[in-house]
Design a protein around this ligand. Structure first.
Ligand SMILES: Cc1cc2nc3c(=O)[nH]c(=O)nc-3n(C[C@H](O)[C@H](O)[C@H](O)COP(=O)(O)OP(=O)(O)OC[C@H]3O[C@@H](n4cnc5c(N)ncnc54)[C@H](O)[C@@H]3O)c2cc1C
Length: 463
């Protein structure tokens, strides 16, 4: 009897609302009121002895394109490197997020990126090269093959890779991060490293260390929106038709009701779809949960429109395992890259990476194809990314690369593309390895030495 009541409660409560697609139990306006720092309510203290199982010169946390590039570059410099990734594959947004396309200039990004491209070419898994322009913004590749290419790249360079391993905390001694606490399938373990590079996208290392981070737009903290990526197969007419069960969610019935949706080819007989999911905080446990739930509902609502209204002969194939995250937290660095720097095509004395992509600032609070800037304001000339924006200002031995580097929101809307993330990763990896070799900290390193090495390794920093 009790069990029957429980089932009834589930159906009329949470499951009932999931089917109707109405309540997701998440109020985006309230989400910033409570953070993990807030222990004013009930709190617990937790102590435990954890074995130091790993030691390295350089620990790279997060194995997206920035992390792989950082780890690969540090290892190429001769450092002992450990790469920590919470999922089963490296690549982050580009693999687990299903993005499958490099935006920006794909030549002159440095030897790590060159190796990635040439490996994809060997698999015949990347579109042919065209110089970057507004007409040729992106170069499509097979994201499943990228997952193999990246893992082999780091292993070839003798990087120790820990998969299914989440970074969970830091220990700080004398202003330095002395150990990173990890949790993998063996349980909790510590990693001791001289230099740490945060490539988590959400700035997890800096956040958990209590270092200053910046989130979203200035007035309300809303981040660049997430998008759900999913894939369909084109099938024969008699196998096609709507797949969404009657009564589930709120299917889209007209073009006007569509959220921003992009569709492009994904291999023979396949299409990739991208649907915008705004107003969820990717750095908040409940926010990310609600974003994923909304993403999967929206995916079906939009697919139903294409199947039922547009009569497309598409059958659902699969959804990427995680929602695509454009912005998490940006770590406050010694320098914060500003949109004015991009507009001026600024060259920095400590410029170690470069951006070429336009200001792709999707409006944070609108699910339509709307942007923060007018079309005429989006273009920027090539610009440099300074080493100062890759060094966490509150830490001694913490650098960052990729979409959690130190920038304002609009600069990030350009520099977050994979090509620039890889360049940042390479520069951070080279710097961290130099630090380990010299027993120095990143801000003590002569930036011109890093710059020289970055250029020697094939990065084109000319603007
Ligand atoms: C929908 C969408 C479409 C996009 N389209 C394009 C495009 O067409 N072309 C393009 O170039 N760029 C595109 N971008 C941007 C680009 O994909 C990303 O900004 C870029 O790939 C970010 O790389 P990253 O390494 O900084 O971060 P991520 O790819 O997010 O990698 C971070 C990695 O860190 C891991 N991680 C996070 N937290 C932890 C933790 N605590 N412990 C261990 N591991 C952790 C994650 O699992 C992940 O593998 C798009 C982004 C989105 C969201």
């Amino acid at each position: 009897m009790r069990r029957r009541n429980f089932i009834k409660a589930v159906i009329t409560g949470s499951l009932g609302s999931i089917i109707s697609g109405k309540a997701d139990g998440y109020d985006s306006k309230k989400k910033y009121e409570k953070s993990c720092e807030d222990t004013s309510g009930p709190a617990v203290e937790w102590r435990r002895k954890i074995p130091v199982r790993y030691e390295a010169d350089v620990a790279v946390i997060g194995g997206g394109i920035a992390g792989v590039s950082a780890a690969g570059a540090a290892a190429r410099s001769g450092a002992k490197v450990i790469l920590v990734e919470r999922f089963a594959v490296t690549g982050g947004n580009l693999t687990s997020g299903g993005v499958g396309s490099f935006c920006g200039e794909t030549r002159g990004q440095g030897e790590v990126f060159d190796e990635i491209v040439s490996s994809l070419e060997k698999f015949d898994a990347i579109a042919e090269y065209k110089p970057y322009s507004r007409e040729n913004q992106s170069r499509i590749f097979d994201h499943e093959i990228l997952a193999v290419v990246l893992q082999e790249l780091v292993l070839r360079r003798s990087v120790k890779m820990l998969l299914h391993t989440r970074f969970v905390d830091v220990l700080i001694k004398g202003g330095r991060i002395s150990e990173c606490l990890l949790c993998g399938k063996s349980g909790q373990e510590a990693l001791r490293a001289k230099q740490i590079i945060d490539c988590t996208g959400e700035g997890d290392v800096a956040r958990y260390a209590g270092f200053e981070v910046m989130k979203g737009r200035v007035k309300d903290g809303l981040q660049l929106p997430m998008s759900m990526m999913y894939f369909v197969r084109e099938v024969a007419e008699d196998k096609a038709g709507p797949q969404l069960a009657e009564g589930w969610f709120e299917p889209v019935r007209s073009k006007e009701d569509l959220p921003m949706t992009s569709v492009w080819p994904n291999g023979p007989g396949g299409k990739a779809l991208k649907v915008k999911i705004p107003m969820f905080d990717s750095t908040d446990t409940e926010g990310l949960t609600a974003g994923e739930v909304k993403g999967r509902r929206r995916m079906w609502e939009v697919l139903d429109y294409f199947q039922r209204v547009r009569k497309k002969d598409w059958r659902f194939d699969h959804c990427s395992p995680i929602i695509g995250i454009r912005e998490g937290c940006r770590i406050a660095g010694d320098y914060v890259l500003k949109v004015e720097d991009l507009r001026a095509g600024r060259e920095f004395e400590d410029g170690v990476a470069k951006g070429t992509f336009y200001l792709d600032g999707h409006k944070p609070d609108d699910e339509k194809r709307t942007y923060i800037l007018k079309k005429s304001e989006m273009d920027v000339p090539p610009y440099q990314i300074p080493l100062g924006s890759l060094i966490a200002k509150d830490g001694k031995n913490l650098m960052m690369a990729g979409r959690c580097f130190s920038a304002d929101q609009l600069s990030l809307s350009s520099a977050r593309v994979s090509t620039s993330c890889s360049m940042m990763g390479q520069a951070a990896g080279i710097t961290a390895a130099l630090c380990a070799a010299k027993d120095a900290e990143p801000r003590d390193i002569d930036a011109s030495e890093v710059k020289r090495e970055v250029v020697k390794r094939g990065a084109n920093l000319e603007i």
